[in-house]
Design a protein around this ligand. Structure first.
Ligand code: C2E
Ligand code: CA
Ligand code: CA
Ligand code: CA
Length: 279
């Protein structure tokens, strides 16, 4: 037992060393890729459930490597957060999302709300509000097309500071969504005080909604709570027509998921969803 214990220890330390090395390599690659145009935003449509209309989209980063292959966020967002590189990366993506909206307005005469994911470290920078303002000014877009997505844990990490930032964003006309709702530890008292517009129900609650009465009750409670606070609800990870119909019956406002589309490159999003969604 002693021997296997030691082996196990050695196994874990070798594995940890491997992970540290991998982190280090990706960190170096990240650093040199910043500002090089290797980070692309893909777009996933969101729909108004009642009106059956495109209501917005979420921008999700993809790393286009020099060999043309794509690297997904689970491979590098964690590294970017641990190394602090999420700040320049996140700021680059925020501006890029705003510039995309600007192009839509110029080329197609319309746009939809774009949700941009913002990490805790980025949100907590003292100049975060200035960064958002700068992206709006530089792109020249009306602020209501920008939606900042913050996870529950980001918001609750320093709730008092978050409250002030939420107020500032609201004053600027930028929308805020609380992401992955239900997975964190939001105090309901705070939810009442946060001036945000949207609540995104985490896909872990949506997954079993058609056959798990418990999950169905939880989702119903979240929707009712959100509506009591004047927020719209967006269900994430909708993969089937049955889930969609159940969410509509529960009063959910908007929907997003593979059932409609995976996140896709901008040009494809424009052709498949934006152009028909604008008319
Ligand atoms: P998230 O913000 O919760 O984004 C939703 C994730 O769920 C996306 O994964 C999306 O592709 C995936 N998804 C959408 N519909 C479905 C569905 O029907 N079924 C399933 N199984 N998955 C679905 P993705 O693009 O790999 O992003 C993963 C996470 O990485 C995001 O979770 C977000 O936390 C982070 N992330 C992505 N882009 C950015 C970014 O630009 N900045 C920051 N800070 N984080 C980002
Ligand atoms: Ca999100
Ligand atoms: Ca989410
Ligand atoms: Ca998530």
């Amino acid at each position: 037992a002693k021997k296997s214990g030691r082996n196990q220890y050695r196994f874990f330390s070798a594995e940890m060393a491997e992970a540290v090395k991998r982190d280090f390599v990706i960190q170096g690659e990240l650093r040199s890729a910043l500002g090089s145009g290797q980070f692309e935003l893909f777009f996933q449509p969101q729909f108004d459930l009642e009106a059956h209309r495109l209501s917005g989209c979420e921008a999700l980063v993809r790393w286009r490597l020099p060999d043309g292959s794509l690297r997904f966020p689970d491979k590098f967002i964690g590294v970017a957060e641990r190394s602090g590189l999420i700040i320049p990366l996140g700021n680059e993506l925020l501006l890029s999302a705003c510039m995309t909206v600007k192009r839509w307005l110029d080329e197609y005469g319309g746009a939809v709300r774009v949700g941009v994911n913002v990490s805790a470290l980025q949100f907590e920078q003292p100049d975060f509000i200035d960064t958002v303002l700068n992206a709006l000014v530089q792109s020249g877009i009306p602020p209501q097309f920008l939606q900042i997505e913050l996870t529950e844990s980001t918001v609750m990490h320093d709730a008092e500071t978050s409250l002030a930032r939420f107020e500032a964003l609201k004053e600027m006309g930028v929308q805020v969504a609380i992401d992955d709702f239900g997975t964190g530890y939001s105090s309901l008292a705070y939810l009442k005080r946060f001036v945000c517009q949207h609540l995104k129900i985490d896909r872990s609650f949506v997954r079993d909604i058609t056959h798990d009465a418990g999950d169905r009750h939880i989702v119903k409670a979240m929707i009712d709570l959100a509506h009591n606070f004047g927020l719209t609800t967006v269900a994430e990870g909708v993969e089937t027509a049955e889930q969609q119909d159940m969410l509509l019956a529960l009063g959910c406002n908007e929907t997003q998921g593979y059932y409609y589309s995976k996140p896709i490159p901008e040009s494809e999003f424009v052709q498949r969803f934006l152009l028909s969604g604008l008319t």
